[in-house]
Design a protein around this ligand. Structure first.
Ligand code: TYC
Length: 102
C-alpha cells in the first residue's frame, strides 16, 4: 500500500510487492536396480509420507518411470534432491531424484 512520509516521499509498503516464491516439484525416477523397499523408505524419510502413501508413489515411479514426491520452494527442493542423492549413493544405489519448476 502507498503512504507518504514527513518529507512528502511516496513509499510502497513491502507487503504489497511480495509475490509467492516459485515452487518446484521433486520427482524420483525409475531404474532397474534400486530396491523397492529402499525407495519407500526414502519417500517416508525425506518427503514426510506415511508408509502407504510412500508405497503408492514408489509403485507409480516403478510403472510410469517418474513420480512426484512433493512441491517446495527452490532452496528446500534443491536440498531434498541433494540429500536423497547422497543417501542413495552411500547405499550403492543408482536412484535418481530431480526437480522441475511447478
Ligand atoms: N524398478 C525398481 C525395482 O524393480 C524399483 C524402483 C522404484 C526403483 C522406484 C527406483 O525410483 C524408483 N527394484
Amino acid at each position: 500500500t502507498k503512504h507518504v512520509n514527513d518529507g512528502g516521499t511516496v513509499l510502497e509498503r513491502q507487503e504489497a510487492k511480495l509475490k509467492p516464491p516459485a515452487m518446484y516439484q521433486v520427482f524420483l525416477l525409475n531404474d532397474d536396480y534400486t530396491p523397492m523397499e529402499f525407495v519407500v523408505a526414502v519417500i517416508q524419510q525425506y518427503f514426510n509420507k506415511d508408509r502407504e502413501t510412500a508405497t503408492q508413489i514408489m509403485l507409480k515411479v516403478h510403472r510410469d518411470g517418474k513420480g512426484m514426491c512433493g512441491v517446495y520452494p527452490k532452496d528446500i527442493a534443491s536440498t531434498k534432491v541433494e540429500l536423497v542423492l547422497t543417501h542413495a549413493r552411500k547405499a550403492g544405489h543408482p536412484l535418481q531424484c530431480v526437480m522441475e519448476e511447478a
